[in-house]
Design a protein around this ligand. Sequence first.
Ligand SMILES: NC(=O)C1=CN([C@@H]2O[C@H](COP(=O)(O)OP(=O)(O)OC[C@H]3O[C@@H](n4cnc5c(N)ncnc54)[C@H](OP(=O)(O)O)[C@@H]3O)[C@@H](O)[C@H]2O)C=CC1
Ligand SMILES: Nc1nc2c(c(=O)[nH]1)N=C([C@H](O)[C@@H](O)CO)CN2
Length: 241
Amino acid sequence: MGHTPAPILITGASQRIGLHCAKRLLQDGQPVIATYRQEKPGIAELRELGATCLHAELGDEAGILAFIDQLKSHTDRLRAIVHNASAWIAEQPGGDAQAFETLFRVHMLAPYLINLRCSELLERDAIERGAPADIIHLSDDVARKGSANRIAYCASKAGLDNLTLSFAASLAPRIKVNGIAPALILFNEGDDDAYRARTLAKSAMGIEPGPDVIYQSVRYLLDSPYVTGTTLTVNGGRHLK
Ligand SMILES: NC(=O)C1=CN([C@@H]2O[C@H](COP(=O)(O)OP(=O)(O)OC[C@H]3O[C@@H](n4cnc5c(N)ncnc54)[C@H](OP(=O)(O)O)[C@@H]3O)[C@@H](O)[C@H]2O)C=CC1
Ligand SMILES: Nc1nc2c(c(=O)[nH]1)N=C([C@H](O)[C@@H](O)CO)CN2
């Protein structure tokens, strides 16, 4: 029986939501393995807090497989996997096959291969603890209705929602698999006032909530012994307008 809790893997944790959730989990006393693509100040922060930070290029198969090998050289068990890494790419006129493929790989192929090849690490922890382990997919509320200007992004997130259902059926009862579908959580630096006003008006709550609402959702899913195959909508009531 391992005395130290098994780590939680969070992909794309160098900034914003992933970084916030990694820091909150570390504050909870939970070991974290964080992936990054570019060395950013957030990675130095996580190292300072004791996280293991591993480089991962999740936009191509070779990078995904290389990361899985690297991960397995660092741990033989995992409490949970949070698939947070994401590229928010808008459509180019006429489409861009390379962008489409990158979105598919980051949002679907990486979770697919990591889940299939690392479920043994989750099962090992679940058996040791006598309680289920977790996989959490960060999706997007926009998958519910489609997106006129991020068609490929949205389709890849819809595919991720379907992976949640299949993996939940396949991995129960030792591993729960759920999604979180946010709408606006955090604006980006370049978002101008007009865009911000338009976006805030799209939800019933009309606020930019910040990343802790996602950590709260992650915490709920980790702590529930019964919820699986579910995608939590964290959208401020966007579907009501
Ligand atoms: N922010 C929001 O309001 C919303 C967010 N979401 C979802 O929540 C999650 C977190 O959102 P947010 O924090 O804004 O995400 P970001 O746009 O900040 O992206 C998170 C990380 O993904 C990593 N990433 C991107 N492409 C790759 C790649 N090819 N390989 C490896 N890593 C990659 C980046 O790493 P690096 O910086 O090191 O390159 C980045 O730091 C995402 O899945 C997003 O789709 C959904 C709806 C709303
Ligand atoms: N990978 C990302 N996905 C999304 C982002 C982001 O910054 N990175 N941002 C959004 C927006 O919040 C959008 O919902 C409203 O501006 C959606 N997905």
